[in-house]
Design a protein around this ligand. Structure first.
Ligand SMILES: *[C@@H]1O[C@H](CO)[C@@H](O)[C@H](O)[C@H]1NC(C)=O
Length: 397
């Protein structure tokens, strides 16, 4: 075969591949179903700023796996003002309560529950009907009233009394823009609730598209329970997620999922109303929670891989890769460096890393959404797992 024939064959092959990827006739590409998909640049910090601290002993593997298949996708774990619980929101839209013997139904967010919301084999299999069944993500008790505040991904900011039942809606839109992916909240004890709407474009059931797009319509919001007014504190955020008040209530932290950092929003002092970077995280944060000491536990969904880093910086490359007929799951795993693995980090109120615990092999704790510290134990919830993991602090010694 002559050189020119080879060139022609290669050109034809290349063209066919480009055409196939461009047209994707079998709809295998992760963005095939979202015609409006646009990849945004993620302004990542220099690679050298990403923390390198590791838990070489993989201490999270020593966690106890509890309630296997009794709780599907428990994101947030809270204890009530009497210390009872935990309570957790699960994939079928209920908030469950552990009464020390069994799980009972405590509350729900949808007034339209049906057999669509009944038991399914895995947390992800509920995604299709979440907009009907509800999806309670962030949970917080008001310590004075015993009311439970709920950030429901679909129904917005809600509240239910100490006896539970159907939650009532508090906020469904802010400054004229509907909440589309309400994610987490915390309160200052002075009638203010700070909460996040992760996107005004994508709902939670399309969270992979949100992850892949790096889309920046997320908002940090405030609601006053007395005046019933809400307002936008920060907009154009890329997947804002967890929120947690500092112990002295002079600031709160919020997670920015796509960039992978914690930001600090000042409530008191000279810098009140301003925000700044608090810490760069090694991966994609979900929730953050403050312990009794005033330190912050952050749940991190996997260490960012170099693949994810480059994809974040170059949206055109990302779009090209996402057009390839490769399943979404594969792209997701590549971002996570090949396998799901959980990392939890503890920060001081000054932003210093105090502790890193991980299961780098994803053997026991493959994913983590929240870390709640109580009585020397870490309660680890995850939207992706059918259990709660409990880690005994100091079990390292
Ligand atoms: C109520 O649920 C049914 C399915 O069980 C669904 O078809 C309908 O759209 C829902 N109504 C509302 C208002 O969400």
């Amino acid at each position: 075969m002559g050189l020119s024939a080879r060139v022609v064959i290669l050109a034809v092959l290349g063209l066919s591949l480009a055409l196939y990827c461009g047209v994707d006739p079998f709809k295998h590409s992760p963005i095939a179903d979202s015609p409006g998909f646009a990849a945004h640049r993620v302004p990542l910090p220099p690679w050298s700023d990403v923390p390198v601290e590791r838990d070489a002993r993989n201490l999270l593997q020593r966690s106890e796996v509890k309630f296997f298949n009794e709780v599907q996708g428990p994101e947030s774990l809270v204890f009530d003002p009497q210390g009872r619980g935990p309570y957790t929101g699960v994939a079928d839209g209920r908030v469950l309560f552990w009464d020390r013997h069994s799980w009972t139904d405590f509350a729900y967010t949808s007034n339209n529950r049906s057999e669509l919301c009944s038991f399914k084999p895995s947390p992800l299999s509920y995604l299709k009907n979440e907009h009907i069944c509800g999806r309670p993500l962030g949970l917080r008790f008001d310590k004075k009233t015993g009311d439970l505040y709920i950030a429901d991904a679909y129904f917005g900011l809600m509240k239910v009394g100490p006896k539970g039942g159907l939650a009532t809606s508090l906020v469904t839109e802010v400054e004229g823009v509907p909440l589309r992916f309400t994610n987490d909240l915390d309160m200052d004890g002075e009638d203010n609730i700070y909460f996040t709407d992760s996107s005004t474009v994508y709902q939670r059931r399309n969270f992979l598209q949100l992850v892949f797009s790096g889309e920046d319509s997320g908002r940090l919001l405030k609601y006053n329970t007395v005046t019933k007014e809400s307002k936008v504190l920060r907009r154009n955020l890329q997947f804002p997620n967890g929120v947690s008040m500092s112990k002295d209530k002079s600031f709160f932290l919020f997670c920015e999922g796509s960039i992978g950092r914690l930001s600090r929003y000042w409530l008191k002092g000279e810098k009140a109303g301003t925000s700044e970077v608090f810490a760069i995280l090694p991966g994609f944060p979900d929730n953050v929670r403050t312990n009794q000491n005033g330190d912050f536990w952050v749940a991190v969904h996997c260490r960012r891989s170099m693949y994810a880093y480059i994809n974040g910086l170059y949206p055109r490359l990302r779009t090209f890769l996402l057009r390839l007929p490769i399943p979404a799951k594969f792209h997701y795993l590549m971002q996570a460096g090949g396998r799901l693995h959980a990392i939890v980090m503890k920060y001081s109120p000054e932003g210093k890393i105090l502790d890193v615990l991980e299961d780098n092999e994803g053997k026991v704790v493959r994913a983590v959404s929240e870390v709640e510290e109580k009585d020397g134990k870490l309660w680890l919830g995850s939207v992706l797992m059918p259990f709660v993991a409990v880690y005994q602090l100091d079990s390292s010694n």
